[in-house]
Design a protein. Structure first.
Length: 115
């Protein structure tokens, strides 16, 4: 999958969670968590192949975080892309929700016209 596809899938996941639960941050967390976990798993396999002589038991706990197994920009972009599109959307939707709540509070606090 390309960077654009990763971003679109992450947005689709976020939209499903956000529209169902009204919690856009949860949607962003789920979408980003999926892609981060996927890339970390791939990095583990790269570490095992390159430095662990093919055995998972040889990999230290930090193997997936070893910079030597993240040499290509697209490996970084595959998890940064979803972060870059879901976090701003969650921020905008949170701000919108707060503005709506503020407007609702102000309209309830103001006296009805004609009084």
């Amino acid at each position: 999958m390309s960077l654009i596809e990763h971003a679109l899938v992450a947005l689709a996941i976020q939209l499903c969670i956000g529209l169902c639960s009204r919690n856009w941050w949860a949607g962003a967390a789920l979408a980003c968590g999926y892609f981060i976990g996927r890339e970390l798993a791939q990095a583990e396999y790269r570490w095992i192949e390159e430095f662990g002589t093919g055995l998972r038991a040889n990999m230290p706990w930090w193997g997936a975080f070893d910079g030597r197994v993240w040499p290509k920009a697209d490996q970084w972009a595959d998890w940064i892309g979803p972060l870059a599109v879901t976090l701003p959307l969650a921020g905008v939707m949170e701000r919108r929700k707060r503005a709506q709540a503020r407007r609702r509070t102000v309209s309830l606090a103001s006296p009805p016209p004609g009084d």
